[in-house]
Each structure stands twice: as C-alpha cells, then as structure tokens.
Design a binder for this molecule. Structure first.
Ligand code: SAH
Length: 400
C-alpha cells in the first residue's frame, strides 16, 4: 500500500474527517501510486490517519473515504456506500416518475461520484480519477442495486480537466434514455410543485434538471399569485412553471441559451400552462439594463445565475457580478414586490451573499426585507465535516 505522509500541523482537518488532502499538505509519498489508487495517509509521526484515493494531477491530491483502518476501499465498500446513499433517499424512489439525486459525491462519502435518478434511468458523473478508473464497478453496482432501464454517463464537467481526465459521455448500461417527463421530488416525497419537466440526458445541461432547486421552485412560486414574473437565468423554466402553477399573470423567461428556452417552452406546454409567456434569449446583464431603460416593472424577479466563481482569486470579480445583477433587478421591482435571488458559488458564503444584496439595496435606494432563506434540496445533503458541500443559497426578499 502506498503511504502518504502529511506535514506536521496538517493533521487536524484529516482527523476531523475533512475528505480533501491538498498537495501542499503532503510531506512525502512512499510508493508510486497510479491515478485513482488507494493510499494510506499518515501523520508526521507515522501514525495512521485515514485512507483514500490518489489523484496524481489535482491540487486535491488525496480524497479520503474512510477513517477506519480495517476498512478496505474495495468493490464491496463501493457497493455498500452507494447502497447507504440510496437507502437515505428510499422514500423518494417509490414513485417511478420522480427525479432526485441519489449520490452527492463527498457528502455521501463517495468523492467524485454523482448519480441522479430520472424516472427509470440513471445519469452518472465520474469527476475524480478514483471514480473514472472504477467506472465499470460503479455501473455494475448501480445496475444490481436499482435495476434501471439505462445508465447514461455525463462526465463532461470542466472539473474533469483538473483531474487530467477527458470528457466521457455515453450510454454505459441498458437502453438509451429517451427524452422523458419526470417529477422533481420534495422533502416530503411529494412532487415538488406538481410540475413535470422534460429530461434529455444526452442533450441537457449538467445531468438534466437543476434538482438542487426543485423545492425552491415551489417556495418562490408561492409568491407569484397574480404576479407579473421575470425568471432570469431560467434554463428549463423551473421557477416560471411553479409561478404559473401558483397563478402568475405573466411570465418573462430570460436565458442566454436558445435550447434552454425551447425546453422551457416545451415544459410549459407539458404542464398545460396558458399564462402568457415571453421567451427572451440573451445576456441577462444586458437585458436587465434594457428593461430599466424601458422602465419595465415586475412584481417578482427571480435571479438564478450559473456559478460565477471557481477559485478564490476570482471572488472579487464574482462579487461585483452578483451585485450588478441584483442592483439591476431591484430597479425593476414594483414597491412591495419580490426579489428571489440565488448563488450557487460555494466560495460565496451565505453571509457574503447577504452583504452583496445589502450593497445592491443601498445603491438602488430600496428597503429590502428578507422573508425566507433558502438552500439546496435535501437530496443534496451538507456533510458537517465537509462545509464545501453547502453551496446553494437563496433569499426571498420583499422590496419597497
Ligand atoms: N433557474 C434554473 C437553473 C439556471 S442554470 C432552474 O431553476 O432550473 C443557469 C442558466 O443561466 C443556464 O440555463 C444558462 O444558459 C444561463 N446563463 C448563463 N449565463 C447567462 C447570461 N449571461 N445571461 C443569461 N443567461 C445565462
């Protein structure tokens, strides 16, 4: 077994079960690990700390997966850990049409493995060398445990580059998933907002639907009765659909992607929405400014931009981006209206996000009250020993 020894003073997070060992924490490596190999991690005095997987190229050089010295990280471990993740979500699996995340990487003890269930099909993402070299084991474990109709790999996220892995996309087991309607789950196992959404596993963004927002769609929708609603960064229209279900009088969906807007239009039809809807393709930063120049007003504005920041060095620029769109949005809201604003950048803490919205409110000259604080859906759990697993935050605000 390869042994990785960390510098004196770098043991604490490891003992506290943080799953990442950065390259800078490593004093020396005994042996010559191949990508994804199992390695033991020891303190500077030689005492055993944890066991994990080697990533030869990433700054995150070892992903830890067990703190029990007697636990081998073999195929049985992989199967049992996947089964544990699924068992925590069993109540969401009863209805065969639901969509939900089954495995959320480190937060489920499986660094680099994402599994989403869309009805009878599974979408997988293998984002570390450890999972990439175990692809066949992962697929076999999921096929045995869940007997899906098909398993489709969507490992085309940019983070694969950091692991020196090329994109990997395609059918890995069973039948090719068709474009199919699914119902995102809620905390109680009921359909989120009673909406159905199309999933196109080969063509959709990420693995299909933004499941992390499924509950928030309904939470925000609840403020949209009788509201002229702007869903900015709409993607497949999750918020617009919930708004329509709740009785919005008008929908405006803005997204840079024509495909996303076409999917949103299909989703509105699928749910028999008759609310007047306008689909605007373009850069939200420009469109919000144009609406301000045109003095357009809305009762509810929803902002759900993509991740703006991937590294600490870009945090300031991202902060300016968040402030800018929120400032523009505040100008468009009728007094007493609602701003529902999100950030999925893990590096932007809930505290910083609130400060950004505060700054935007001051500059806009508006009084803003927080009504609700929102987070990622419970099928994307936050592991206490891994605060990085908490990434999505949102505020529902009243704007005077
Ligand atoms: N609100 C959606 C998820 C949004 S994902 C939901 O709840 O399901 C972010 C979306 O922003 C993507 O669809 C992407 O196409 C879009 N996007 C990215 N940059 C943009 C920009 N500058 N202007 C408008 N849309 C943008």
């Amino acid at each position: 077994m390869v042994t990785v020894t960390v510098h004196a003073g770098r043991e604490r997070p490891i003992i506290q079960r943080h799953p990442w060992v950065f390259s800078g924490a490593i004093a020396h490596v005994r042996g010559n690990p191949a990508p994804g190999d199992v390695v033991d991690v020891c303190a500077s005095d030689g005492s055993w700390l944890a066991r994990g997987f080697w990533s030869g190229r990433s700054q995150l050089r070892v992903r830890l997966a067990t703190w029990d010295k007697s636990q081998p990280l073999d195929e049985t471990w992989l199967r049992e850990t996947i089964a544990r993740a699924v068992s925590g979500r069993e109540r969401w699996l009863i209805d065969p049409s639901t969509a939900c995340r089954l495995v959320f990487s480190e937060a489920d003890g499986l660094p680099g493995l994402i599994v989403d269930r869309y009805g009878c099909y599974l979408a997988i993402q293998l984002l570390t060398q450890a999972m990439a070299v175990r692809a066949e084991q992962v697929v076999a474990a999921l096929a045995d445990l869940l007997a899906p109709r098909g398993i489709y790999e969507r490992s085309d996220a940019e983070v694969r580059e950091k692991e020196d892995l090329p994109p990997a996309v395609g059918l890995r087991w069973g039948e090719m998933p068709p474009r199919l309607p699914v119902t995102p789950i809620t905390a109680l196992g009921q359909p989120a907002s009673g909406v159905r959404m199309f999933v196109d596993l080969p063509a959709g963004q990420k693995t299909g639907i933004y499941l992390d927002q499924a509950i928030n769609h309904a939470r925000v929708g609840a403020y949209c009765a009788g509201a002229d609603t702007l869903d900015c960064f709409s993607y497949a229209g999750g918020f617009a659909l919930a708004a329509a279900k709740a009785g919005a009088t008008r929908l405006t969906l803005v997204d840079a992607s024509a495909d996303a807007l076409a999917l949103a239009a299909d989703n509105l039809r699928l749910n028999k929405v008759t609310t007047p809807a306008e689909f605007v393709e373009g850069d939200a930063f420009h469109i919000l400014r144009r609406y301000r120049a045109e003095q357009r007003q809305f009762d509810v504005v929803i902002l759900d931009p993509p991740k703006f920041v991937y590294q600490q060095a870009h945090l300031e620029r991202a902060t300016r981006g968040y402030k800018d769109i929120n400032l523009q949005a505040l100008h468009l809201i009728r007094p007493g209206g609602i701003l529902a604003t999100f950030s999925c950048s893990g590096l932007v803490s809930a505290d910083l996000f609130q400060k950004i919205i505060f700054g935007a409110a001051i500059d806009a000259g508006r009084d803003v009250q927080i009504l609700e604080r929102l987070a990622q859906a419970p099928d994307h759990p936050v592991l206490l020993s891994f605060p990085e697993s908490e990434y999505l935050k949102g505020l529902i605000c009243r704007v005077w």
